[in-house]
Every structure is written in C-alpha cells, then in structure tokens.
Write a new protein. Structure first.
Length: 296
C-alpha cells in the first residue's frame, strides 16, 4: 500500500502539494482576498497595523498580485472569508510539507481563529492537513524554512515557541527530515523577517537581526550571505519581504531601489509590484503569499 506522502504526490486521492526547497519554482499559492473588516478598523495599532488601510486599494493590489502570479504559471487559490483583517497574511496561517499542511496556532489574540479559514481553503482545494498545532504550542508558518531538502530551520520567539517547533519536528520526521531551531532576535516577529533563501546556496539576511546561531548555520550549509542594513527600505518599505518565484528570481515590493540593486549585483533577477496598502497593515509580499507547492 502506498504511503500518505506517495498518495499526495500521485494526485489521485489528494491534490499534490508541498516542497523541500524555499527556492524551487513556485507552482501553487493561497491568497486571501481582503475582507470587509479591513475597512472597518478604527484603531490600527490594536489590530497590529501601522495605520488606516485603503480597502479598495488593498483589494486591487491582491488582484494584481494574483494576476502577476498566474502570468508566471502559478496556480492561485483565492480564499474570501469574512474574518479578522490580518487573515490576509496567509503565510503565517500554515506551513506546507510534501505530505500536507501544518496548520498554525496563532500567538496573538487578535489573530486567534484565523487558522480555521486557512484550513477550510486548503481542504476545499484538496490539500491534506497533516498536523494541527494545539495544546500550549504556538506556531506561525513564517517561522519555518527549508535550509536543505532534509532540514527545516524553525525560528523561536514570541510567535513560535519550543512546543510549536516540536510539532513541526514531529510532522517532518515522518518524511525523513529534521528541525533545527534558532532563537530570533528581540522584536523580530518571524524567521522570514531575518533570512530569505534566494537560491540553493544564496540567502539574504537582515544584518542587524541575524542571531549568531543562524549565521553559523548558514555558514555550515555553505550559503553565500547577502547582508542588508536596517534602513528605511528594509524596515519601512519591507524590501526583503519578497517572494521567490524560482532559483534567484524574485518578486519584491516596489520602491526599494537600494535593495533591488544589491540583489541584482548578486545575480538575482528582480521584478516589482506595488503592495503599499499591505505595508500599512504591517506586511509584505512574503507575508501575503501562502506557499502551497513548489517543484520537487
């Protein structure tokens, strides 16, 4: 009898999903169309936002991102739940393995319950839910990244705790992979805000937030590291909050010419898109895009 992972890969019982590389060609994503609740926010800080968000502009940017990805041959699953405003940041709500999704358990009270909307969207598209994080564990999808096909780096801090990392480790152990944890710097929300893998041996890092444990890990795995300074392009315009479309080919927020030049000098092909409304909500392209499948 075939294993569950083999059934997922075959595509007869389940819709194929997952990946073991953060930089393999992107094939399928989940986006969440901004709900009415975004326009109803009156106290942005209480909703984890930087300022008021123009709902029609955010919806237009969501549609533009979906169209841009479809043009690149990416299948876009567009969910439209009536939920709290931060549900638009789908990357946090799950993390995908080749055998199915690890469903998050959100750490913040403002986002509690958003996971069920991701679960409905994923299940509705035929993707299996491999694990649901529960108990005292908290885990958000942007805290887990494949550093190589058999090793997942999980960042621990105030969004993902040790129990959450253990839940991820349990899920990937069945796939012959292991988890290595690294502590995130104070104030850093997710691992994805510290490091982004651009190619099989290239990574970009937030220089001021990269802990020594992560720096040592990148060196041990032979990565060429591109450090970015903590300037306005990184911290305000979220130029590192990007989406890898294929090895050393990325889609990044517009308005970050310095980061774009740095990446291009390193041999990375760069395209841009406007996500200004999402920046007001304290997220970027990487946060918005729930990665469902990459080429194996």
């Amino acid at each position: 009898m075939a294993s569950h992972a083999e059934e997922v890969a075959a595509g007869a019982v389940w819709t194929p999903c997952g990946y073991r590389s953060e930089t393999a060609a992107l094939r399928s994503v989940l986006l969440v169309r901004p709900p009415d609740s975004v326009g109803a926010v009156r106290r942005p800080g209480a909703s984890l936002m930087i300022g008021p968000v123009d709902l029609p502009a955010m919806r237009a940017q969501c549609d533009a991102l979906a169209d841009r990805l479809r043009d690149d041959g990416v299948e876009v699953h567009l969910a439209a739940p009536e939920a709290s405003p931060n549900v638009v940041f789908a990357r946090d709500l799950f993390w995908m393995t080749p055998a199915g999704a690890v469903l998050a358990r959100m750490a913040s009270a403002q986002r509690a319950g958003e996971e069920r909307h991701a679960a409905l969207a994923l299940a509705g598209a035929g993707f299996p839910i491999l694990r649901t994080v529960s108990g005292t564990a908290v885990f958000e999808g942007a805290d887990a990244l494949w550093i190589d096909p058999s090793t997942v780096v999980v960042g621990t801090g105030f969004r993902t705790n040790a129990a959450g990392a253990a839940a991820v480790a349990s899920a990937v152990a069945e796939l012959g992979a292991r988890v290595v944890t690294v502590p995130l710097a104070p104030g850093v929300q997710h691992l994805l805000g510290t490091v982004v893998f651009l190619g099989p041996s290239t990574a970009v890092v937030h220089r001021a937030a990269c802990p020594p444990e992560l720096a040592a890990l990148l060196a041990a795995y032979g990565y060429r590291v591109i450090p970015l300074p903590p300037d306005e392009e990184l911290l305000v315009r979220r130029g590192m909050n990007l989406l890898v479309l294929a090895p050393e080919r990325v889609l990044m927020p517009s308005g970050c010419p310095g980061i774009r030049r740095t990446l291009e000098r390193a041999g990375v092909a760069v395209d841009e898109i406007d996500v200004g409304a999402y920046l007001r909500a304290a997220g970027g392209i990487g946060c918005v895009t729930g990665v469902v499948r990459r080429e194996h």
